[in-house]
Design a binder for this molecule. Structure first.
Ligand code: ZN
Length: 227
């Protein structure tokens, strides 16, 4: 049984901003990553494609309200798919040696992603917990990993697995638990049109997969302590 726990909640924008602030040292490297990302996204091609879609659905892409839309969509796609050109595991490389051997859980990490089947957004909250094996990582780094993994064409199941595998591999954690709750626009806007339906996925690694009481404990921490 694991008794101690360190829980952080609501690591959303504030944590991301904090993370930005603490990485001013590496701003030079960040700049080159940004320009590489820009080079990887063909804005002109997106603009042509969006114009084609507008024509195909029966719109007039030359009417005033739509004139800037292709360029706007291109910039937006470059932003929301920017995770394609990043390796989120870099955030887990700077670890601290700690004797702390209880659960570390970051709850309610807000994210926005794009369903790769429909290119419609799905968004919600991710909860990432692990049982360290001598190595811990800054809490905001877990939120950064979620953010970058989300900024790709995604399915929620793969997103959950990717985060769990990354935390397990990079930290060598004794156990990892990732639970993601979200709502999908492709369910509410189209198809069966069920607004408000939520989708939960989980990925358990190590002790949280093998040991039922450990799994029950982390799931209890994630699910039962909601406001
Ligand atoms: Zn979808």
């Amino acid at each position: 049984m694991i008794t101690g726990k360190r829980i952080t909640q609501g690591l959303g924008k504030a944590a991301m901003e904090g993370a930005k602030g603490e990485s001013t040292k590496t701003s030079k490297r960040k700049t080159s990553v940004t320009s590489k990302k820009e080079a990887n996204v063909d804005h002109a091609r997106i603009e042509r494609a969006v114009r084609e879609i507008l024509i195909a659905v029966g719109e007039d892409p030359d009417r005033e309200g739509l004139l800037e839309t292709p360029a706007r969509v291109a910039r937006m796609y470059a932003e929301i798919f920017s995770g394609l050109h990043k390796d989120p595991s870099v955030h887990l490389k700077r670890v601290f040696t700690e004797n702390y051997d209880e659960i570390v859980l970051v709850r309610d990490i807000e994210f926005h992603s794009m369903c790769e089947h429909h290119l419609l957004p799905f968004s919600g909250r991710a909860h990432v917990g692990y049982l360290p094996n001598g190595k811990v990582v800054g809490l905001s780094k877990l939120a950064r990993v979620v953010d970058e993994v989300a900024r790709r064409p995604q399915v929620q199941e793969r997103m959950t697995e990717t985060i769990a595998n990354m935390v397990e591999q990079e930290l060598g954690a004794r156990g990892v638990a990732v639970l993601i709750e979200s709502s999908h626009s492709c369910m509410s806007m189209r198809g069966i049109r069920k607004a408000g339906a939520s989708c939960t996925t989980s990925a358990m690694r190590g002790i949280f997969r093998e040991n039922l009481s450990s799994r029950a404990e982390i799931l209890g921490l994630i699910l039962n302590q909601k406001r």
